[in-house]
Design a protein around this ligand. Structure first.
Ligand SMILES: C[S@@+](CC[C@H](N)C(=O)[O-])C[C@H]1O[C@@H](n2cnc3c(N)ncnc32)[C@H](O)[C@@H]1O
Length: 459
């Protein structure tokens, strides 16, 4: 192989010659040539070498070359992808972000079609595992999942960075691979970074890495059709990525974005429910967060996520594909509450879930008729998370009046509320009946913090 060129940080091309890679890594001898990953020398497949050469040079790559690389990865060489992403050369002389993200997306989508997930792209930035400060961890947890962040957590984060002056950590988290490929909503990023910058300025503290981030968010600003929320559990063991659109109402539905009730119901299911060996059905699943949390943390017998809108179903499929393999066997079905027949389901559910589907009384006749059919067996029950948008709460009274026609009624299962320290959600238990409602969902912050098993007392 001949010389290859990479762009350095100032967009100058740096020539690399594979034949003359040096093994001397003493600091005074380090030059782009020496940062070139040595593992490449062991690769015998010419197309794979050309692929790597083109990738590192930021050159357009044909489908057939990409296929050769993917085939190579499939032959037990998955580690190579991480080696390329994490090689010192690319860390020092980064590729243009647009090129890198476009290539990563092509690589990921091909690998996903073979059910291969690359851990580096699906894991929290490594440095997060070393963070001992729980508030800072929570700050990142909320930031990645695009949640509201209260003042006290912002202050904890600021104190932490002032104390540590650790700009490497800031950049490792904010510029992690996962955030490049699955970017957060830009307006959200700007909103949070603006608060951080103005607080730092008020204390006359100036941290370059934060300014760099803020200006990048401001000047790189362009609206994208989709953005992602990245939900982590506090042990940083699992990630659930949710692709969503940022309009609350688009394509005639509210289901293209995530609603707070889905996060609250997710946390509730994560912390208190035992759905092992149960058949679960979700109504109006939207982007699918609740259903995906159910699948991730319970050994369910079957899971069927449904919605009445075709665009929502497409997005739901994409989200399930992002987070699960085909072997996980998650069904996604059209279920319109106004046209539901029991025999359209392959499996009879034991538990029905619904997050933020009680909001419009015009929908209640359909929801209640559907519930009456699904709850015909007395062992089956439903759990809904309901977002109180105004008080008093006329919706529940109207829903109850509609349900009474089928001899069904709701009962408040518990109240989700935001504790005074404004960290996380707390649930206040209540006796449940067959249609259990999580009420008072007006809180803003939450996390997937799993409490002791003793807490699993509600069911
Ligand atoms: C406010 S969104 C909630 C989405 C999701 N559960 C969440 O909490 O993020 C309401 C969902 O109900 C769905 N929906 C509305 N009317 C429906 C109907 N008649 N049949 C089935 N689904 C319906 C919408 O498409 C949308 O996905």
């Amino acid at each position: 192989m001949g010389a290859i060129k990479v762009l350095d940080n100032y967009n100058k091309q740096v020539k690399l010659d594979l034949q003359s890679i040096s093994n001397d890594e003493s600091p005074e001898n380090i030059c782009p040539q020496d940062l070139f990953p040595k593992f490449i020398l062991e690769i015998k497949d010419k197309d794979v070498l050309i692929f790597i050469k083109y990738y590192m040079a930021g050159v357009e790559i044909t489908e057939s070359l990409l296929d050769s690389f993917i085939n190579f990865v499939r032959k037990d060489n998955a580690g190579i992808v991480s080696q390329i992403f994490n090689c010192k050369l690319l860390k020092t002389y980064s590729l243009g972000e647009g090129y890198e993200v476009m290539m990563l997306k092509r690589i990921i989508s091909k690998l996903q079609s073979y059910d291969i997930h690359i851990d580096d792209l699906f894991s929290t930035p490594k440095c997060m595992n070393e963070l001992e400060n729980q508030d800072v961890l929570k700050f990142f947890n909320y930031y990645l999942s695009e949640e509201d962040i209260d003042e006290s957590l912002i202050d904890s984060f600021i104190n932490f960075i002032i104390l540590h002056k650790d700009s490497a950590l800031i950049s490792e988290i904010f510029h992690s691979q996962i955030m490049k490929v699955y970017p957060l909503n830009k307006c959200y990023q700007i909103r949070i970074l603006k608060r951080i910058v103005s607080k730092l300025e008020a204390s006359e503290v100036y941290i370059d890495a934060i300014y760099e981030l803020f200006s990048k968010a401001l000047f790189d600003f362009h609206e994208t059709a989709y953005s992602y929320r990245c939900f982590l559990d506090l042990k940083l063991e699992d990630i659930i990525l949710v692709r969503k659109m940022d309009s609350q109402f688009i394509f005639g539905t509210t289901g293209m974005t995530t609603w707070r009730s889905s996060a609250v119901l997710s946390e509730y299911i994560y912390r208190f429910c035992d759905f092992d060996n149960k058949n679960i059905l979700e109504l109006g699943a939207g982007c699918g967060l609740t259903g995906m949390v159910t699948a991730k943390y319970h050994k369910v017998k079957s899971l069927c996520l449904t919605d009445g809108n075709h665009h929502v179903l497409e997005q739901l499929k994409e989200n399930v594909r992002l987070n699960f393999s085909e072997a996980d066997n998650i069904n996604i079905e059209l279920l319109d509450w106004d046209n539901f027949e029991e025999n359209q389901l392959q499996v009879k559910p034991d538990i029905i879930l619904g997050a933020d589907i009680i909001y419009d009384d015009l929908l209640f006749p359909g929801i209640c008729k559907t519930l009456a059919k699904l709850l015909s067996n007395s062992d089956v029950y439903a759990i809904f998370a309901y977002n109180i948008r105004s008080k008093p709460k006329p919706e529940i009274e109207k829903l109850d009046a509609e349900l009474a026609q089928y001899n069904l009624f709701t009962k408040k299962l518990c109240v989700a509320w935001l504790p005074t320290d404004k960290k996380g959600i707390d649930f206040e238990p209540n006796d449940g009946t067959r249609i259990r409602i999580l009420d008072e969902i007006f809180c803003s912050n939450y996390s997937f913090e799993r409490k002791n098993m003793e807490e699993k007392t509600i069911f």
